[in-house]
Write a protein that binds this ligand. Structure first.
Ligand SMILES: [Zn+2]
Length: 247
């Protein structure tokens, strides 16, 4: 299989994984990957055979430049209206290899209520706790991002972080690889759900203690393949549910 085809399959799998986990509903949301060493990306497009994110096929992952144009689109495929989110981030941040933009319900409700993300759990999900500790930037606009200049303030709000919560709209998540960005989006969903559920009880959750935070290990050296393992689990779950890619 060519490298490009492998990347198309990964992006299609990422779309299916975030759908299976409830981060996207029907046709809204898109994932892209940078074509290594080029000014092009592979982005999830919509075509005649559009059945929503859970049914994304590698053929819907089309190559285009960072302005959302290219011969692979043709008459049959349309880049999503929010394609500038992907292209502008690739232009501005060379370390980013994958961009996910979607509208997960828990994150959206948190953004509308402007709930604060705090480290309220520990070993339950250490990467999600660390996200809360580092802070989740909130982009105040709820507009559909259809023009490159609309992405500039998003990138500014994001700084060097990998997640941007967009008020009343959704999330944009980046990663070096498709696997990393996908697992990050899933972890952020855990944090958003916990934050929302606790807020619904009407009680204010306490920060976990600094001693506990210090005691929690840095997982990167302990589980260097952690993202890969979670990814493989998710792909297996897709297959188990009959949502896997046809071979
Ligand atoms: Zn959107």
């Amino acid at each position: 299989m060519s490298d490009l085809q492998e990347l198309r399959e990964k992006v299609a799998l990422s779309c299916r994984i975030i759908a299976m986990n409830g981060l996207v509903d029907d046709i809204l949301g898109h994932v892209s990957v940078r074509v290594p060493g080029s000014d092009e990306m592979l982005l999830r497009c919509r075509g005649e055979e559009e059945y929503g994110l859970p049914f994304t096929t590698p053929s819907a992952i089309r190559k285009m430049n960072f302005d959302g144009e290219g011969p692979e689109l043709g008459d049959r495929y349309k880049a999503p209206k929010e394609h500038p989110i992907h292209g502008e981030i690739y232009k501005a941040r060379p370390e980013v290899g994958c961009v996910i933009h979607c509208h997960p319900p828990a994150a959206i409700f948190c953004s509308i209520a402007e709930l604060e993300f705090r480290p309220i759990f520990g070993a339950y999900n250490i990467p999600a706790m660390r996200m809360a500790l580092e802070g989740i930037p909130l982009f105040p606009s709820s507009a559909l991002i259809t023009r490159p200049e609309m992405v500039t303030p998003m990138i500014e709000a994001m700084g060097n972080k990998h997640i941007l919560l967009m008020k009343g709209h959704g999330i944009t998540v980046t990663g070096r690889t498709v696997e990393e960005a996908t697992v990050r989006a899933l972890n952020f969903d855990v944090l958003a759900k916990a934050t929302l559920e606790v807020a619904k009880t009407g009680r204010t959750a306490e920060h976990i203690s600094l001693e506990d935070i210090e005691e929690l290990p840095d997982l990167a050296p302990l589980l260097p393949d952690g993202d890969k393992w979670v990814w493989r689990y998710q792909v297996k779950m897709l297959e188990d549910r009959g949502w896997g890619l046809e071979r």
